[in-house]
Design a protein. Structure first.
Length: 164
């Protein structure tokens, strides 16, 4: 099985007038680039998540800004995983806790839940923009994640004044 994890990994460049010390990337969620998972609603195994993590940009600490939330019908985009959103109740560890247990202190997760295929509410977009700009000013590497790494992530990056 050929895997393309993480799917749609892209680095975005600031406009000529903007100067940032950090780097900005976008990509799709774990499993989206692996045949057999893609859009299927089935659990994503740890090996697939490991390949996703291995394909992420290299940084001492990688800041993950998650736009994952729910599908239009209400299905949680975290139901695929052995972890949950910090905004959801349950017995599974949060995305941050799961990453820490499996990979150590290599990631910082910040979640801004959205609804897939519904755009991003202005208040959420403002929060994401503030967080990402603050991180980039601190010379860190940021990866923004949505379901496929295409729509919500692109809206945020473009709204920040970044291009491909």
């Amino acid at each position: 099985m050929t895997s393309n994890e993480p799917i749609n990994l892209r680095e975005w460049r600031p406009s000529a007038s903007a100067q940032f010390a950090g780097r900005l990337f976008t990509c799709g969620r774990p499993g989206r680039g692996t045949p057999g998972y893609g859009r299927a609603r089935k659990p994503v195994d740890d090996g697939t998540i490991d390949r996703w993590v291995a394909g992420l940009p290299k940084a001492e600490v990688l800041h993950i800004v998650s736009l994952l939330g729910r599908k239009k019908g209400g299905f949680s985009e975290f139901d695929y995983y052995p972890f949950r959103s910090s905004h959801e109740h349950g017995t599974k560890p949060t995305f941050q806790e799961w990453l820490d247990r499996r990979y150590g202190q290599r990631f910082v997760v910040c979640e801004f839940p959205t609804v897939d295929a519904r755009g991003i509410e202005d208040s959420v977009l403002d929060g994401v923009k503030h967080r990402v700009l603050s991180l980039l000013d601190k010379n860190v590497t940021v990866v923004i994640v949505d379901s496929a790494g295409a729509e919500r992530t692109a809206r945020v990056s473009e709204n920040l004044g970044f291009g491909r």
